[in-house]
Design a protein around this ligand. Structure first.
Ligand code: ATP
Length: 273
């Protein structure tokens, strides 16, 4: 058990299909974990289980030594934020109002936002460079602008555990790096951060720890340089890569060469039919 996130033998099925299969994950407090895996691997489902949107069928989910299943809804919302790709509950709200929703778990049911809440909202907008968009309606924003608002909302929640589902999707390259640097800064301040990412290069450059899911199972986890090697990438994603070392950081650089003849999971399916 760590002072961060600890999942042990977590299972979840939907309509008779095992989607998360005996998953163990550890992300220590103060670190940035990247959840990787091809489409349909189970990344979003696992984030939903941790955030309490779905309930696991079996296994243990703990954060800072507390059983997540035993946390009351409000306590969970104070401690854990999930930044998803879309905010579905606020299409007509203005940007600053969407970000202020992040304060909901911290204010009483009948009281409005206090001085500190307003300050946190303003700070979250500023960190994501959203001041000039603060009065715009969320629905009128571009994909990348929405993504930054979703992250600002999660920041305003001041969570100890921050979960993010593809936080770099839609972002231009500078905004991608800005977001990952922000996640690193949050981790360095003692938060626990877990982000589902598709970009192996960004995970290699920024994550302390990567967890690779395939078909609902963890197939590898560890430091990026240990895990992200050509054999595993071929097996899981069905692509050929060379892995180089960054000349100044020493972190892995993933150089794509092309698509492999078949992914390991497809070979296994062919053998069965
Ligand atoms: N409500 C549901 N009913 C049935 N199957 C589901 C349901 N929700 C998800 N699945 C299936 O579970 C698997 C994992 O889905 P999930 O969205 O967690 O994957 P992911 O790794 O986040 O994928 P992506 O990278 O494409 O976003 C997929 O095969 C998906 O079709």
């Amino acid at each position: 058990m760590t002072d961060g996130l600890d999942l042990s033998r977590v299972r979840f099925s939907r309509t008779g299909r095992l989607i998360v299969d005996d998953v163990d994950v550890t992300v220590p407090a103060g670190s940035l974990g990247a959840l990787l895996g091809p489409n349909g691997a189970g990344k979003s489902t696992l984030l939903h289980l941790i955030a309490g949107i779905e309930r696991a069928d079996a296994g243990a989910l703990a954060f800072a030594g507390s059983d997540l299943a035993a946390l009351r809804r409000r306590d969970r919302a104070r401690r854990i934020a999930l930044a998803e790709q879309e905010t579905h509950d606020a299409p007509e709200l203005r940007v600053h109002e969407v970000v202020a929703l992040g304060r909901t778990p911290h204010v009483g049911p009948w009281s409005g936002l206090g001085e500190r809440d307003h300050a946190v909202v303003a700070e979250s907008l500023a960190v994501l460079g959203l001041e000039s968009l603060a009065m715009r309606e969320y629905a009128t924003l571009s994909g990348g602008e929405r993504q930054r608002v979703n992250l600002a909302r999660a920041l305003a929640q001041e969570p100890e555990l921050l979960l993010l589902d593809e936080p770099t999707n839609h972002l231009d390259v500078r905004a991608q790096l800005t977001s990952l640097e922000l996640l690193r800064t949050l981790a360095a301040s003692g938060r626990t951060v877990l982000a589902a990412l598709h970009d192996l290069g960004l995970a290699a450059a920024y994550a302390d720890h990567v967890i690779v899911l395939d078909g609902g199972r963890v197939v590898a986890s560890g430091a990026p340089a240990e895990v992200l090697e050509p054999g595993l990438i071929r097996e899981v994603w069905g692509v050929e890569v060379e892995v180089l070392a960054h000349p100044s950081t020493g972190r892995p650089i993933i150089a794509y060469s092309g698509v492999s003849s078949a992914r390991a999971s497809e070979v296994a399916l062919d053998a069965r039919s």
